[in-house]
Design a protein around this ligand. Structure first.
Ligand SMILES: *Cc1c(COP(=O)(O)O)cnc(C)c1O
Length: 491
């Protein structure tokens, strides 16, 4: 044997380990399946929050081979049992995560076959699946047939892509930036401000629109501000509304804002990352009237369709605006527009090669059909009522009737303790929040609204059921007693 052949034989013996034998595959899969089965069977009993940090030394890459049993046990103690448990129905903080099982199997299929979802030429089937998902969502939100879009890693990138298209359509660059005006509410998700900085609009003028008692944008204030800005020679070009704000779940008056945007020739973007899919419900569907007037829309299947993290989506009506930044051969672009070739995901996103993330959405939709998703969303709305009513019975005050499934509450200390100041009331609710985090059975988060400390409840996990809320109420009772005794409130 020549040296070359010897070398290749020796290398192959080691490199072949990357293709485990059938027996090894069965073994690994069995271990992973056991882990997953145990996790799912226990998830209702497991805490939703562990105030514990991982032991970093156990997660270090030491470049050695380890048995899968050891690795899975490290995964349990250092990953799964640290921080929030996003797959838990008891996660009622921030915006809860999902984690439906068929998405995990979709990922398995996508990863084993490693289909290419960047360009139609390379992966026509995979790209068609992604484009069909975009077409389905366009239909759900009443967008026209020529809508284009992209499956992103999440809502932040979806918003980034939409705002980039708005910038490009209105050619906001160079000296124009400092005169250009963007209208939004203080309740927009912070990824919006991040996106504006990333796309070079940091120096654009941002106008915060007044809010009503339900934390929704006041359309009259919007119209007035646009008129004032136009009168003083500025360049209004973009208005952002939310279809479900993160803090309070409020839906801005989408139709009225849409009409103003149309009148004034502004790009209209709607962020529906949290709330968008509630359009599928009987109870709340009508609240989205006017969403189809948007030029662009962000939605997050890893929130509203209960998928595991890693799937957002953006829909955009103006293909040319979207192509401006992301399509890399300008001459070819004309043909692509004319001939109506199937859309390449890479032409409408900063990504070229990407995870075939469409399959984790397509597979569950095709196997379950839409009904269980609709029922689950509807259930979240009714659970929100159930929770709020029970809180009021316990002497809490709750925020205004929510548009969707995010609401908030606080303990009105000033009504219990004469002379209690606002600061004391905030401190009381802060301590109640800490007690709830220490308990950990159910995870809630807090926010400040006009300087008032309130505890949020966000109900969106597919695993949140009536019994979850009952457990949460028991936990709140216990934590309230404890906080009251610390504050010497008469019981
Ligand atoms: C979660 C959220 C985002 C950000 O989406 P990611 O998927 O976390 O990147 C944007 N807007 C709203 C309203 C959200 O709730």
């Amino acid at each position: 044997m020549t040296d070359l052949l010897k070398k290749l034989t020796a290398l192959e013996q080691v490199s072949a380990q990357l293709e485990p034998s059938q027996e090894q595959r069965d073994y690994y899969l069995q271990k992973i399946k056991e882990w997953g089965d145990r996790f799912i069977s226990e998830i209702d009993e497991l805490p939703s929050f562990h105030s514990k940090s991982p032991d970093v030394s156990k997660l270090k890459i030491d470049e050695q081979s380890h048995p899968i049993e050891d690795i899975l046990s490290t995964y349990t103690t250092e990953v799964s049992e640290t921080g929030i448990q996003p797959a838990s129905g008891g996660h009622l903080g921030y915006i809860p995560g999902g984690g439906i099982y068929l998405s995990a199997l979709g990922d398995y299929l996508a990863d084993v076959s490693n289909e290419y979802a960047g360009m139609y030429f390379g992966g026509p089937g995979a790209v068609t699946i992604e484009n069909e998902l975009i077409a389905w969502m366009s239909d759900v939100f009443g967008f026209p047939e020529h809508t284009v879009g992209n499956l992103t890693s999440g809502g932040s990138i979806a918003n980034l892509i939409a705002l980039t298209a708005a910038r490009d359509k209105y050619q906001i660059k160079n000296e124009k930036v400092a005169k250009s005006v963007i209208y939004l509410s203080e309740q927009v998700h912070h990824c919006t401000q991040k996106a504006l900085r990333i796309i070079g609009l940091e120096d654009a003028i941002i106008r915060y629109i007044a809010l009503d008692d339900y934390w929704r944008m006041d359309p009259d204030d919007l119209a007035n501000k646009i008129n004032e800005d136009k009168a003083s020679g500025l360049n209004p070009f973009l208005v952002l509304a939310s279809a479900g704000t993160t803090d309070t779940g409020a839906i801005d008056p989408l139709k009225q804002i849409g009409e103003i945007a149309k009148d004034q020739d502004l790009w209209y973007h709607v962020d529906g990352a949290y709330g968008g899919f509630f359009i599928l419900t009987e109870r709340a569907g009508h609240k989205f009237e006017g969403i189809n007037m948007a030029d662009s829309l962000c939605i997050d299947p890893h929130k509203g369709l209960f998928l595991p993290y890693g799937l957002g989506a953006v829909l955009i009506k103006d293909k040319k605006a979207l192509f401006h930044s992301h399509h890399y051969t300008a001459n070819y672009m004309q043909d692509a527009l004319d001939e109506n070739l199937p859309l390449n995901p890479a032409d409408v996103s900063p990504e070229l090669t990407k995870h075939f993330r469409g399959l984790r959405m397509w597979l569950p939709l095709q196997i379950h059909g839409i009904e269980p998703f609709k029922a689950c969303l509807e259930e979240k709305l009714y659970l929100t009522d159930y929770f709020r009513e029970a809180l009021v019975k316990r002497g809490f005050e709750v925020g205004p009737e929510p548009d969707l499934s995010v609401s908030y509450f606080w303990y009105p200390l000033s009504k219990q303790l004469e002379n209690a100041t606002n600061d004391e009331e905030n401190a009381f609710n802060q301590q109640l929040m800490q007690e709830i985090h220490k308990d950990g059975r159910i995870f809630l988060s807090s926010t400040k609204l006009h300087g008032k400390m309130v505890i949020r409840m966000a109900i969106l996990s597919f695993r949140t059921k009536k019994h979850t809320i009952d457990t949460c109420l028991e936990m709140i009772d216990r934590c309230l007693e404890k906080t009251k005794s610390n504050f010497k409130v008469n019981q």
